[in-house]
Ligand binder design. Sequence first.
Ligand code: ARG
Ligand code: ZN
Length: 897
Amino acid sequence: MRTDTAPTIYRHDYQPYAYRVKSTRLCFELDENVTTVVSTLDIERTGTTPVPLILNGEHLELISIEVNGSPLSENDYRLDTETLTLFPESTSFSLQITNRCKPIDNSSLMGLYVSGKSLFTQCEAEGFRRITWFPDRPDVMSRFTVTLRADAKRYPLLLSNGNLISQTDLANGRHEAVWEDPHPKPCYLFALVAGDFDCRETRIKTAEGREALLQVYCDKGDLGKTAWALQCLERSVRWDEQRFGLPLDLDRFMIVAARDFNMGAMENKGLNVFNSAYVLADPDTATDASYEAIESVIGHEYFHNWTGNRVTCRDWFQLSLKEGLTVFRDQEFSADMMAASLPEKEAVSARAVKRIDDVVALRTAQFPEDAGPMAHPIRPESYQEIGNFYTATVYEKGAEVIRMQHTLLGEEGFQAGMQTYFRRHDGQAVTCDDFVDAMDTVYRARNPGKDMSVFRRWYSQAGTPRVNVSINHDAANQSCSITLSQRCEPVGVEKRRNPPVEKPPLHIPFALGLLSPEGTPIPLQNGSDTTDTLVLDLTEHTQSWTFKNVPGRPVPSLLRHFSAPVIVEYDYRNDELALLARFDTDPFARWEAGQELATRYLLAQVSENITNNAPELALLVETWQTLASDDTLSAAYLARALVLPSERILLEKCKPADPQAIVAARNALRAELGIALQDIWQSHYQNLSETLNKSSYAPNPLQAGQRALRNCALSYLVTGQPQKYLDLAVKQYEGATNMTERMGSLSTIVHQDSVQTIQKALASFYSRYENNPLVIDRWFALQATAASTDVDTVRSLMTHPAFTMRNPNRARALLFQFCLNNLKGVHSQAGYAFWAEQVLALDAINPEIAARLARAFDNWRRFAPAYRDAIETALKKIQAHPTLSRNVSEIINKALE
Ligand code: ARG
Ligand code: ZN
């Protein structure tokens, strides 16, 4: 907690560390109240002249320091609140530090902390310094040997990275385990876990012929919910072998589920620690979406073993080096898993469904971030608190930047680039430039005269570029020219720069198709071949391309499969959008066209929006009807195509942003479509119910798509005619055989206004799942986002015995869901005041979590005046608080700058 302004750290100030830590021996006397750590470091200076040795450490109690076995006196070192400085004369020496920390008091969940009855660590980014003094930076890599000692009854399992070397019983009911990690690593990849767990395991033989043990640990009693996680882990190993040629390099790979966890999961070498929400699943308690999320997070952490651990980051500015790349890999893993489980015809649309979901996530979280006060390049230039830069930009936009390189190089070229990257950098801590260098080597070899120098600007430029499209059709010559122009407005701090920042053009792979006015694909010349989709290399501000044999004025299908993270501007006529929604052969662009049509209609309903291109309701109904009755489309795809753009996505496009008007317009259109297409919804509902009843529950993409569409149909029916269809929702709820059905009906029910039905359903849900924390999180989240929920409702939910701010999942379920996703409930003076109060309350417990909530109204300057003033007042109230964490103060100061 601090009142002064935290220093800003700049990427350009990077200096290599002056010492090597050749080996690290840690010995823990574990105890939840006071843990003692003895750290023995084998240190060697890299340069010729003596320099101070600076170690990071926070919230630690120093017991003693010895150099080469002799104790230091207080005059031999300097101890500050965040560092310990020594002044060694010799070039190599052994340093032993003994210190204590207090796990039970650690509510930040960084460093060593207590969750339930167990002990866990979280070290990325800068948590290791809460365990012992150490050069806590990713470019200092060391070989770790770890001894864990603890009470044998309370902590029968003692886990750390690498291989278990020995296990010994000690006096006084204590025991000891020694772990050795053969791979040198930065301290952010260190982990320990101590507790009493159940374990599900399997032995596999890797492609290289190595025997490996895969294990999933969970709280006692949860073993029945770990089968899926273990399957996902094994599939991840296989996929990385097959698609990337990257083998498991360990004898043992462990995943441990923790109830209290700040993020999704953590890739500690050989000992991944997971938020239990991304491990535990069975049909009765997990939805299809949670099964899918578990697969993706398990993949993500496993893939870090190469992209993150074998090759790590030089400094935290390079975070996207591992995160962007690993998100790209987990997205591809999920897409491949989905496609593999479906017949070929469905496989194409399964990939499109995954792409749609990823793009929706990008637009919901990253586009607003890139337009607001926290805008930063995927490789940030500066930060005050690195914990604030685990962002949608670094992760999701970072993955898009990798995906574009994949598009430019093709699968084979990309894999060749990956091989080059590992050949050059295995075992090192490197930069984003090193990664692009490897890709560029392959790119230049395959594209004589070209290179990736323009492409690299994606790493240093913030903001979502806009690509404006214009078309010129020459009827006489039957030719058509397409002109693309790109621009990227100043964002965040750039807005205040004088002179204004130069934003040079980026290299944008822009996938294009053309449809005839009747909706048939027009073949495009590509060298000596023709193709439906051409990827244009836009590298300048403005470029044109001419296509021959285009008889009529075509309808362009733009940015197919979302080939770049940009916003496309093209003045479609509404009937052209309807045509694309019907006929486009690219499933992503087809989905996009329908969404754009609905967006135009909805924005026109928000009075202050100036629109002259709103479609008639009839055109929208007709388009939805055509989509809904197209039996060539998979259920999963239809469930995406028929859902209206979310409130948050609409809010982003609404100028000025008017949240209450958006909510009202969207609900009204849902009701209209519910009534107008009643017969179609009913028949989907019936048919899907019959199909689903024929087989038992499996979390596969086929069934998941069917359940999603069935829930979508139910929601339209109930929204359109609650009196007529609420009973259907209740019936589905009561007869539900899995959580997806149960949640689908319950969320429809709570959005209506029949209080009795709602209360009855919520009470029955609670008593059924009282003992399952992850499901009780759903119970809170559902109410947090329900239409009738306001600040008073949330306050009263906060007094429920099951509510606690100290568990991040619970805080996210109630507070975050209300503040971020209940636009109707939160966008009022009372809502903003409540938000400010909760940010401050959370900040006293867990700054990293508080800082995330603090970002809820980042884009407040875009709001209509009444909202804007009220948000500003709330922001200033937080800012004025005497003790803000570095995390929250960075966010709030940037928002108000
Ligand atoms: N590297 C982790 C991941 O897989 C995220 C850890 C971030 N931890 C934190 N406390 N911010 O993405
Ligand atoms: Zn990651």
